[in-house]
Design a protein around this ligand. Structure first.
Ligand SMILES: [Zn+2]
Length: 423
Protein backbone atom coordinates (compact mmCIF):
# COMPACT_ATOMS: atom_id res chain seq x y z
CA UNK A 1 0.00 0.00 0.00
CA UNK A 2 1.33 3.49 -0.78
CA UNK A 3 2.43 6.03 1.80
CA UNK A 4 0.37 9.23 2.14
CA UNK A 5 1.56 11.96 -0.22
CA UNK A 6 -0.23 14.63 1.78
CA UNK A 7 0.32 14.56 5.54
CA UNK A 8 -1.96 16.96 7.46
CA UNK A 9 0.78 19.04 9.10
CA UNK A 10 -0.59 21.66 11.45
CA UNK A 11 2.63 22.06 13.48
CA UNK A 12 3.93 25.59 13.06
CA UNK A 13 0.74 26.93 11.43
CA UNK A 14 -0.75 28.18 14.70
CA UNK A 15 -4.03 26.83 13.32
CA UNK A 16 -5.42 23.56 11.95
CA UNK A 17 -5.24 21.50 8.76
CA UNK A 18 -7.95 19.08 7.53
CA UNK A 19 -7.04 15.41 7.05
CA UNK A 20 -7.61 14.69 3.35
CA UNK A 21 -5.77 11.40 3.05
CA UNK A 22 -5.70 8.40 5.37
CA UNK A 23 -2.83 8.96 7.81
CA UNK A 24 -1.59 5.39 7.30
CA UNK A 25 -2.36 4.31 3.72
CA UNK A 26 -2.88 7.63 1.92
CA UNK A 27 -6.32 6.72 0.57
CA UNK A 28 -8.79 9.54 0.00
CA UNK A 29 -11.78 7.22 0.53
CA UNK A 30 -12.61 8.60 3.96
CA UNK A 31 -16.17 8.31 5.32
CA UNK A 32 -17.35 10.59 8.12
CA UNK A 33 -18.69 8.26 10.80
CA UNK A 34 -19.36 10.67 13.68
CA UNK A 35 -19.49 14.42 14.09
CA UNK A 36 -19.20 15.87 17.60
CA UNK A 37 -19.49 19.44 16.32
CA UNK A 38 -16.98 22.18 17.16
CA UNK A 39 -14.85 21.71 20.27
CA UNK A 40 -12.39 23.84 22.23
CA UNK A 41 -8.95 22.30 22.88
CA UNK A 42 -9.39 20.06 25.96
CA UNK A 43 -6.66 21.78 27.95
CA UNK A 44 -7.82 25.30 27.17
CA UNK A 45 -8.90 26.27 30.67
CA UNK A 46 -9.27 29.95 31.57
CA UNK A 47 -9.07 31.19 35.18
CA UNK A 48 -12.37 31.39 37.08
CA UNK A 49 -13.85 34.88 36.81
CA UNK A 50 -11.82 36.00 33.78
CA UNK A 51 -13.83 38.17 31.40
CA UNK A 52 -14.86 35.89 28.50
CA UNK A 53 -12.86 36.43 25.31
CA UNK A 54 -12.58 34.90 21.90
CA UNK A 55 -11.31 31.32 21.86
CA UNK A 56 -10.55 28.87 19.06
CA UNK A 57 -12.99 26.00 18.42
CA UNK A 58 -12.24 23.18 16.00
CA UNK A 59 -14.47 20.78 14.03
CA UNK A 60 -14.34 17.30 15.56
CA UNK A 61 -15.20 14.54 13.09
CA UNK A 62 -14.24 10.88 13.03
CA UNK A 63 -13.31 9.41 9.66
CA UNK A 64 -13.12 5.78 8.56
CA UNK A 65 -10.64 4.76 5.85
CA UNK A 66 -12.40 2.31 3.53
CA UNK A 67 -9.06 0.91 2.33
CA UNK A 68 -7.14 0.12 5.57
CA UNK A 69 -9.96 0.57 8.16
CA UNK A 70 -8.08 3.17 10.22
CA UNK A 71 -10.45 5.34 12.26
CA UNK A 72 -9.02 8.84 12.50
CA UNK A 73 -9.74 12.45 13.33
CA UNK A 74 -10.63 14.74 10.42
CA UNK A 75 -8.45 17.62 11.58
CA UNK A 76 -4.89 18.13 12.76
CA UNK A 77 -4.47 21.04 15.18
CA UNK A 78 -1.11 22.73 15.78
CA UNK A 79 0.47 20.98 18.82
CA UNK A 80 1.30 24.42 20.23
CA UNK A 81 -2.46 24.87 20.75
CA UNK A 82 -3.24 21.43 22.15
CA UNK A 83 -0.06 20.86 24.16
CA UNK A 84 0.72 24.28 25.65
CA UNK A 85 3.97 24.45 27.71
CA UNK A 86 1.87 24.47 30.89
CA UNK A 87 0.17 21.23 29.75
CA UNK A 88 -1.43 20.07 33.01
CA UNK A 89 -0.80 16.34 32.78
CA UNK A 90 1.69 14.03 34.41
CA UNK A 91 1.25 10.28 34.01
CA UNK A 92 2.68 9.49 37.46
CA UNK A 93 -0.41 10.89 39.17
CA UNK A 94 -2.68 8.01 38.10
CA UNK A 95 -2.37 4.79 40.11
CA UNK A 96 -3.87 2.65 37.35
CA UNK A 97 -1.16 3.88 34.95
CA UNK A 98 1.65 3.40 37.47
CA UNK A 99 0.54 -0.20 38.05
CA UNK A 100 0.22 -0.81 34.31
CA UNK A 101 3.77 0.40 33.62
CA UNK A 102 5.20 -1.74 36.44
CA UNK A 103 3.42 -4.69 34.86
CA UNK A 104 4.71 -3.75 31.39
CA UNK A 105 8.26 -3.97 32.77
CA UNK A 106 7.63 -7.32 34.48
CA UNK A 107 6.09 -8.82 31.34
CA UNK A 108 8.60 -7.51 28.82
CA UNK A 109 11.78 -8.11 30.83
CA UNK A 110 10.78 -11.73 31.33
CA UNK A 111 9.59 -12.31 27.76
CA UNK A 112 12.63 -10.66 26.16
CA UNK A 113 15.26 -11.75 28.73
CA UNK A 114 16.66 -8.22 29.14
CA UNK A 115 20.26 -7.77 30.33
CA UNK A 116 21.78 -5.03 32.48
CA UNK A 117 23.55 -3.14 29.68
CA UNK A 118 20.52 -3.17 27.36
CA UNK A 119 19.34 0.33 26.41
CA UNK A 120 15.64 1.09 26.85
CA UNK A 121 14.28 4.27 25.21
CA UNK A 122 10.82 5.67 25.96
CA UNK A 123 9.25 8.03 23.42
CA UNK A 124 6.91 10.63 24.94
CA UNK A 125 8.31 9.68 28.33
CA UNK A 126 6.37 12.35 30.27
CA UNK A 127 7.55 12.40 33.91
CA UNK A 128 9.45 9.11 33.49
CA UNK A 129 6.86 6.92 35.22
CA UNK A 130 7.09 4.13 32.63
CA UNK A 131 10.83 4.05 32.13
CA UNK A 132 11.65 4.35 35.85
CA UNK A 133 10.60 0.69 36.11
CA UNK A 134 13.38 -0.31 33.70
CA UNK A 135 15.80 1.89 35.66
CA UNK A 136 14.91 0.09 38.91
CA UNK A 137 15.50 -3.17 37.01
CA UNK A 138 19.11 -2.03 36.47
CA UNK A 139 18.98 -1.25 32.73
CA UNK A 140 20.34 1.76 30.85
CA UNK A 141 17.48 4.12 30.11
CA UNK A 142 16.69 7.29 28.19
CA UNK A 143 13.46 9.28 27.99
CA UNK A 144 12.50 11.54 25.08
CA UNK A 145 9.88 14.15 25.96
CA UNK A 146 9.07 17.43 24.18
CA UNK A 147 7.34 19.29 27.04
CA UNK A 148 8.68 20.91 30.21
CA UNK A 149 7.60 17.79 32.13
CA UNK A 150 11.02 16.44 31.03
CA UNK A 151 12.54 18.72 33.69
CA UNK A 152 10.53 16.95 36.40
CA UNK A 153 11.86 13.63 35.07
CA UNK A 154 15.50 14.82 35.14
CA UNK A 155 15.03 16.16 38.69
CA UNK A 156 13.81 12.69 39.67
CA UNK A 157 17.04 11.21 38.28
CA UNK A 158 15.55 9.87 35.06
CA UNK A 159 17.79 10.89 32.12
CA UNK A 160 15.48 12.62 29.64
CA UNK A 161 16.16 14.76 26.58
CA UNK A 162 13.65 17.50 25.78
CA UNK A 163 13.01 16.96 22.07
CA UNK A 164 10.27 16.10 19.61
CA UNK A 165 10.86 12.59 18.29
CA UNK A 166 11.66 11.97 14.63
CA UNK A 167 14.40 10.58 12.41
CA UNK A 168 16.94 13.27 13.42
CA UNK A 169 16.46 12.67 17.13
CA UNK A 170 16.67 8.90 16.52
CA UNK A 171 20.03 9.24 14.70
CA UNK A 172 21.39 11.45 17.43
CA UNK A 173 20.36 9.07 20.21
CA UNK A 174 21.82 6.08 18.35
CA UNK A 175 25.14 7.85 17.73
CA UNK A 176 25.47 8.82 21.37
CA UNK A 177 24.00 5.80 23.21
CA UNK A 178 24.04 2.95 20.67
CA UNK A 179 21.01 1.04 19.36
CA UNK A 180 18.06 0.40 21.67
CA UNK A 181 17.11 -3.12 22.75
CA UNK A 182 13.63 -1.95 23.66
CA UNK A 183 11.75 1.15 22.52
CA UNK A 184 8.49 1.95 24.26
CA UNK A 185 5.78 4.43 23.27
CA UNK A 186 2.75 4.62 25.52
CA UNK A 187 -0.18 6.81 24.63
CA UNK A 188 1.75 9.06 22.28
CA UNK A 189 1.55 6.90 19.18
CA UNK A 190 -1.88 8.34 18.38
CA UNK A 191 -0.86 11.94 19.06
CA UNK A 192 1.94 12.71 16.62
CA UNK A 193 1.01 14.13 13.18
CA UNK A 194 3.38 12.25 10.91
CA UNK A 195 3.15 8.73 12.23
CA UNK A 196 5.33 7.32 9.42
CA UNK A 197 8.19 9.62 10.50
CA UNK A 198 7.86 8.26 14.05
CA UNK A 199 8.02 4.63 12.92
CA UNK A 200 10.99 5.48 10.66
CA UNK A 201 12.77 6.94 13.70
CA UNK A 202 11.95 3.85 15.75
CA UNK A 203 13.36 1.51 13.08
CA UNK A 204 16.51 3.69 12.90
CA UNK A 205 17.11 3.51 16.65
CA UNK A 206 16.12 -0.16 17.16
CA UNK A 207 18.86 -2.82 17.53
CA UNK A 208 18.67 -5.57 14.83
CA UNK A 209 16.96 -7.94 17.30
CA UNK A 210 15.31 -5.15 19.32
CA UNK A 211 11.66 -4.86 20.27
CA UNK A 212 9.24 -1.99 19.92
CA UNK A 213 6.40 -1.97 22.47
CA UNK A 214 3.48 0.39 22.01
CA UNK A 215 0.42 1.04 24.11
CA UNK A 216 -2.51 2.84 22.54
CA UNK A 217 -6.12 3.43 23.34
CA UNK A 218 -7.91 0.54 21.62
CA UNK A 219 -10.70 1.14 19.11
CA UNK A 220 -12.73 -1.97 19.98
CA UNK A 221 -13.52 -1.16 23.66
CA UNK A 222 -13.92 2.47 22.59
CA UNK A 223 -16.78 1.36 20.35
CA UNK A 224 -18.14 -1.28 22.76
CA UNK A 225 -18.44 1.07 25.73
CA UNK A 226 -19.31 4.19 23.72
CA UNK A 227 -16.23 6.17 24.66
CA UNK A 228 -16.89 9.01 22.24
CA UNK A 229 -15.54 11.22 25.03
CA UNK A 230 -12.00 10.06 24.21
CA UNK A 231 -12.35 11.73 20.81
CA UNK A 232 -10.49 15.03 20.97
CA UNK A 233 -7.78 16.79 19.03
CA UNK A 234 -4.86 15.22 20.87
CA UNK A 235 -5.93 11.85 19.47
CA UNK A 236 -5.41 11.78 15.73
CA UNK A 237 -5.79 8.01 15.30
CA UNK A 238 -7.92 5.32 16.99
CA UNK A 239 -6.13 2.04 16.40
CA UNK A 240 -7.37 -1.46 15.91
CA UNK A 241 -4.71 -4.18 15.94
CA UNK A 242 -5.26 -4.54 12.19
CA UNK A 243 -4.45 -0.88 11.53
CA UNK A 244 -1.40 -0.89 13.84
CA UNK A 245 -0.11 -4.08 12.25
CA UNK A 246 -0.58 -2.58 8.82
CA UNK A 247 1.31 0.59 9.79
CA UNK A 248 4.24 -1.34 11.31
CA UNK A 249 4.46 -3.74 8.36
CA UNK A 250 4.86 -0.78 6.01
CA UNK A 251 8.21 -0.27 7.81
CA UNK A 252 9.32 -3.91 7.92
CA UNK A 253 8.20 -4.54 11.51
CA UNK A 254 6.24 -7.65 12.48
CA UNK A 255 3.74 -7.76 15.35
CA UNK A 256 4.57 -10.85 17.43
CA UNK A 257 2.40 -10.36 20.51
CA UNK A 258 -0.60 -8.24 21.43
CA UNK A 259 -2.99 -8.07 24.31
CA UNK A 260 -5.68 -5.84 25.78
CA UNK A 261 -4.79 -3.83 28.92
CA UNK A 262 -7.11 -1.77 31.18
CA UNK A 263 -5.50 1.72 30.81
CA UNK A 264 -7.75 4.61 29.76
CA UNK A 265 -10.90 2.48 29.67
CA UNK A 266 -9.38 -0.11 27.32
CA UNK A 267 -6.01 -0.06 25.56
CA UNK A 268 -3.87 -2.43 23.54
CA UNK A 269 -0.22 -3.39 24.12
CA UNK A 270 1.60 -4.46 20.97
CA UNK A 271 5.06 -6.04 20.63
CA UNK A 272 6.83 -5.73 17.28
CA UNK A 273 10.28 -6.56 15.94
CA UNK A 274 11.99 -6.94 12.56
CA UNK A 275 10.45 -9.75 10.56
CA UNK A 276 11.45 -13.21 11.76
CA UNK A 277 13.22 -12.15 14.99
CA UNK A 278 10.48 -13.55 17.24
CA UNK A 279 7.96 -16.35 16.77
CA UNK A 280 4.53 -14.76 16.23
CA UNK A 281 2.32 -15.73 19.19
CA UNK A 282 -1.28 -16.94 18.89
CA UNK A 283 -2.47 -13.78 20.64
CA UNK A 284 -2.08 -11.84 17.38
CA UNK A 285 -4.39 -13.98 15.23
CA UNK A 286 -6.87 -14.25 18.09
CA UNK A 287 -7.20 -10.50 18.53
CA UNK A 288 -7.34 -9.86 14.79
CA UNK A 289 -10.14 -12.40 14.36
CA UNK A 290 -12.28 -10.54 16.92
CA UNK A 291 -12.03 -7.20 15.07
CA UNK A 292 -14.60 -6.14 12.43
CA UNK A 293 -13.16 -5.35 8.98
CA UNK A 294 -14.43 -3.61 5.85
CA UNK A 295 -18.22 -3.50 5.61
CA UNK A 296 -18.54 -5.03 9.10
CA UNK A 297 -16.46 -2.15 10.48
CA UNK A 298 -18.58 0.39 8.58
CA UNK A 299 -21.72 -1.15 10.08
CA UNK A 300 -20.16 -1.19 13.57
CA UNK A 301 -19.30 2.50 13.24
CA UNK A 302 -22.84 3.39 12.06
CA UNK A 303 -24.22 1.63 15.17
CA UNK A 304 -21.72 3.54 17.30
CA UNK A 305 -22.93 6.85 15.89
CA UNK A 306 -26.56 6.01 16.60
CA UNK A 307 -25.73 4.98 20.18
CA UNK A 308 -23.63 8.09 20.82
CA UNK A 309 -26.50 10.35 19.78
CA UNK A 310 -28.94 8.39 21.97
CA UNK A 311 -26.57 8.55 24.92
CA UNK A 312 -26.38 12.36 24.65
CA UNK A 313 -30.20 12.62 24.63
CA UNK A 314 -30.54 10.19 27.54
CA UNK A 315 -28.02 11.99 29.72
CA UNK A 316 -29.68 15.32 29.01
CA UNK A 317 -33.12 13.83 29.81
CA UNK A 318 -31.84 12.43 33.12
CA UNK A 319 -30.34 15.79 34.10
CA UNK A 320 -33.51 17.60 32.97
CA UNK A 321 -35.61 15.43 35.33
CA UNK A 322 -33.24 16.22 38.19
CA UNK A 323 -33.25 19.95 37.47
CA UNK A 324 -37.06 20.02 37.31
CA UNK A 325 -37.06 18.70 40.87
CA UNK A 326 -34.69 21.51 41.84
CA UNK A 327 -31.64 19.29 42.29
CA UNK A 328 -28.15 20.73 42.46
CA UNK A 329 -25.65 18.80 40.33
CA UNK A 330 -21.85 18.71 40.56
CA UNK A 331 -19.26 16.92 38.44
CA UNK A 332 -16.52 14.57 39.63
CA UNK A 333 -13.07 15.12 38.08
CA UNK A 334 -12.00 17.00 34.98
CA UNK A 335 -9.97 14.64 32.78
CA UNK A 336 -9.49 15.66 29.13
CA UNK A 337 -12.37 13.40 28.14
CA UNK A 338 -14.77 15.43 30.34
CA UNK A 339 -14.25 18.37 28.01
CA UNK A 340 -15.59 16.41 25.04
CA UNK A 341 -18.60 15.21 26.99
CA UNK A 342 -19.46 18.61 28.45
CA UNK A 343 -19.23 20.32 25.09
CA UNK A 344 -20.89 17.61 23.00
CA UNK A 345 -23.83 17.14 25.39
CA UNK A 346 -24.08 20.89 25.95
CA UNK A 347 -23.57 21.04 29.72
CA UNK A 348 -22.95 24.48 31.20
CA UNK A 349 -22.73 26.22 34.58
CA UNK A 350 -26.54 26.40 34.72
CA UNK A 351 -26.69 22.59 34.78
CA UNK A 352 -23.43 21.62 36.51
CA UNK A 353 -22.64 23.95 39.44
CA UNK A 354 -18.97 22.97 39.62
CA UNK A 355 -16.55 20.13 38.97
CA UNK A 356 -14.25 18.86 41.72
CA UNK A 357 -10.66 17.67 41.38
CA UNK A 358 -8.42 16.21 44.09
CA UNK A 359 -6.25 18.70 45.99
CA UNK A 360 -3.09 19.62 44.09
CA UNK A 361 -4.64 19.31 40.62
CA UNK A 362 -3.42 22.02 38.26
CA UNK A 363 -6.98 22.37 36.93
CA UNK A 364 -8.37 23.81 40.19
CA UNK A 365 -9.16 27.52 39.85
CA UNK A 366 -9.89 27.23 36.13
CA UNK A 367 -13.06 26.64 34.11
CA UNK A 368 -14.01 23.53 32.16
CA UNK A 369 -12.97 24.14 28.53
CA UNK A 370 -15.55 26.05 26.50
CA UNK A 371 -17.74 26.76 29.56
CA UNK A 372 -17.87 28.80 32.77
CA UNK A 373 -18.18 25.65 34.95
CA UNK A 374 -15.58 26.19 37.70
CA UNK A 375 -13.17 23.44 38.74
CA UNK A 376 -12.71 23.47 42.52
CA UNK A 377 -11.07 21.44 45.32
CA UNK A 378 -12.79 18.15 46.12
CA UNK A 379 -13.35 19.34 49.72
CA UNK A 380 -16.22 21.49 48.42
CA UNK A 381 -18.24 18.39 47.49
CA UNK A 382 -18.28 17.14 51.10
CA UNK A 383 -19.08 20.54 52.64
CA UNK A 384 -21.70 21.48 50.07
CA UNK A 385 -23.36 18.04 49.62
CA UNK A 386 -25.10 18.68 46.27
CA UNK A 387 -28.02 16.32 45.46
CA UNK A 388 -26.05 14.47 42.82
CA UNK A 389 -22.75 14.32 41.00
CA UNK A 390 -21.86 13.14 37.50
CA UNK A 391 -18.64 11.10 37.41
CA UNK A 392 -16.81 12.39 34.33
CA UNK A 393 -13.99 9.88 34.81
CA UNK A 394 -16.67 7.19 34.62
CA UNK A 395 -14.19 4.63 33.26
CA UNK A 396 -12.76 4.40 36.81
CA UNK A 397 -16.12 4.83 38.61
CA UNK A 398 -15.72 1.46 40.35
CA UNK A 399 -12.59 2.79 42.04
CA UNK A 400 -13.95 6.31 42.68
CA UNK A 401 -17.50 5.75 43.94
CA UNK A 402 -16.62 3.84 47.15
CA UNK A 403 -13.91 6.44 47.94
CA UNK A 404 -16.36 9.33 47.57
CA UNK A 405 -18.89 7.60 49.80
CA UNK A 406 -16.23 6.72 52.39
CA UNK A 407 -15.18 10.38 52.47
CA UNK A 408 -18.78 11.35 53.29
CA UNK A 409 -20.56 12.24 50.06
CA UNK A 410 -24.27 11.53 50.61
CA UNK A 411 -25.78 12.47 47.22
CA UNK A 412 -26.52 10.34 44.17
CA UNK A 413 -23.66 9.36 41.90
CA UNK A 414 -24.31 9.21 38.16
CA UNK A 415 -22.16 7.53 35.52
CA UNK A 416 -22.84 9.09 32.11
CA UNK A 417 -21.55 6.24 29.90
CA UNK A 418 -22.02 3.70 28.38
CA UNK A 419 -25.64 4.19 29.59
CA UNK A 420 -26.46 7.07 31.97
CA UNK A 421 -27.41 5.57 35.33
CA UNK A 422 -27.50 6.21 39.05
CA UNK A 423 -25.00 4.03 40.93
ZN1 LIG B 1 -6.16 3.93 5.19
Amino acid sequence: MPFPTKVARAAGTGASVPVEQCQICGSEKLDTVLSLGYMPPVNQMVPIGQVPRQQPWFPTNLLHCRVCDLVQLGLAVDPVIIFPPEYPYTSGTTKLLRDNFAELYAESSQMLGLKADDLIVDIGSNDGTLISNFQKGGHRILGIEPTDVSKIANERGIPTIQRYFGLDTAKEVKAKHGPATVITAANCFAHIEDVHAIVEGIVEMLAPNGTFISESHYLIPLLDTLQYDTVYHEHLRYYSLASLKHLLEMHGLEVFHARPIPSHGGSIRVYAARKGVHKVQDSVAKMLAAEPRGDAMAKRLADFRRDVVLSKLRLMAMLRDLKEKGARIAGISAPSRASTMVNYVGLDEGIIDYVVEIAGSLKIGKCMPGTAIPVVDEAKLFEDQPDCAVIFSWHIADELAPKLKAKGFKGQLITPLPVPRVL
